[in-house]
Design a protein around this ligand. Structure first.
Ligand code: LHQ
Length: 264
C-alpha cells in the first residue's frame, strides 16, 4: 500500500500511522479516510503488527472533516447528505479502530477538532502533547457531534461535562483533558513522539490476544449486566488461557524472569 495522505512507519511490531495533510491541519478528506481504513484493515490482519500508533504531521492532529471538500461537494438548492458521508467514509475507520484485535494508541500532537477529535478518542489509549487542544467544533458550524463522540465522550467524562463541552464548542487544553479523563498522559511537546512510541512499543510486546480480549470485555461491559459480564470474563479466560503467551507468562513468573510474549 502506498498512501498519499498518510505516512506509514514500522518500528518493530508498532505500525505508526501519521495523518499527513499538514497544510490543512490534517483535515479529513475522503481520500485520507479511505487510505486510513485500508491501512487499519491491513494492520488488523497482519500478525507482525501488534500495536497501531496514530498521530498527525505538523502542528495539528486533525481539524476534522475537510470543510473545503464539503463546501465544494455542495450544489445550490441541494442539501449535502452528511449522514451518507459518515456511513461511507467515517464509520469504516471507527469500526476498524474499535474492532482492531490489538491496541490502538492516539498521540494527539496538536489541535484535534470535530471528527478528528472523536477519531482520537475512539482509540484505546490517548496521550497528548501539552500544547494539544480538543474541540467539539460541530456546534460552531451548526452540526451535532459525530464519529462516535456522543457514545465515547459521555462514557469517558460523564453527562454534565459532555453536555457543556459539546453544546458550547469551547476548546479544552491538554491538562483539562487529562483531568477530565479524555487522555491518560500529557507530555511536553518535544517528548510526545518518543514517549508515545515507547508506550506503543510496550503494548506491542504484551500478550496481544489478552490485550484484544481486554478491549472486547471493556466494550461489552457498557451494555452487560454483572452476571453476563462475569460469565463473559470466564469464557474469555478459557480462550485466552490456552494461548502460548499464558504458558510463557506463568513460566516466566516461576522462573523469576521477564516474559517474552509473542502474541500467540
Ligand atoms: C481546514 C480545516 C477543515 C479544511 C483548518 N477543513 N481546512 C462534518 C461534515 C461532513 C461529514 C462528516 O462529519 C463532519 C464532522 C466534522 O468534523 S465537523 C467539524 C469540522 N471541523 C471544524 O469545524 C474545525 C474547523 N477548523 C477550525 O476551527 C480551526 O482551523 C482550528 C480551531 C481547528 C485551528 O485553528 P488555527 O490553529 O487558528 O488554524 P487555522 O484555522 O488557521 O487553519 C490552518 C489551515 O488549515 C487554514 O488554511 P489556510 O489556507 O487559510 O492557511 C484552514 O482553512 C485549514 N483548515 N481546519 N476542517
Amino acid at each position: 500500500m502506498n498512501p498519499e495522505t498518510l505516512i506509514l512507519e514500522r518500528h518493530d511490531a508498532v505500525l505508526r500511522v501519521v495523518l499527513n495533510r499538514p497544510e490543512r491541519l490534517n483535515a479529513l478528506s475522503d481520500q485520507l479516510l479511505r487510505e486510513l481504513h485500508e491501512t487499519l484493515a491491513a494492520a488488523a490482519d497482519d500478525d507482525a503488527v501488534r500495536c497501531v500508533l496514530l498521530t498527525g504531521q505538523g502542528r495539528g492532529f486533525s481539524a476534522g472533516a475537510d470543510l473545503r471538500d464539503a463546501a465544494s461537494a455542495a450544489r445550490p438548492g441541494e442539501p449535502i447528505d452528511f449522514g451518507a458521508r459518515l456511513e461511507q467514509t467515517y464509520h469504516p475507520v471507527l469500526r476498524a479502530i474499535r474492532g482492531m484485535p490489538k491496541p490502538v494508541v492516539a498521540a494527539v500532537n496538536g489541535v484535534a477538532a470535530g471528527a478528528g477529535c472523536n477519531i482520537a478518542l475512539a482509540c484505546d489509549v490517548v496521550v497528548a502533547a501539552r500544547s494539544a487542544r480538543f474541540i467539539q467544533a460541530f456546534v460552531r458550524i451548526g452540526l451535532v457531534p459525530d464519529a462516535g463522540g456522543t457514545w465515547t465522550i459521555p462514557r469517558l467524562i460523564g453527562r454534565a461535562r459532555a453536555m457543556r463541552w459539546m453544546m458550547t464548542g469551547d476548546e479544552l487544553d491538554a491538562e483539562t483533558a487529562e483531568r477530565w479523563g479524555l487522555v491518560t498522559e500529557v507530555f511536553d511537546d518535544a517528548e510526545l513522539a518518543d514517549r508515545a512510541l515507547a508506550l506503543a512499543t510496550r503494548l506491542a510486546q504484551g500478550p496481544t490476544l489478552a490485550l484484544a480480549a481486554i478491549k472486547r470485555l471493556i466494550d461489552a461491559s457498557g451494555t452487560a449486566d454483572f452476571e453476563s459480564q462475569i460469565a463473559l470474563e470466564a469464557r474469555t479466560q478459557t480462550d485466552v488461557g490456552r494461548s502460548t503467551d499464558t504458558i510463557e507468562g506463568i513460566s516466566a513468573f516461576l522462573e523469576k524472569r521477564p516474559p517474552k510474549f509473542t502474541g500467540r
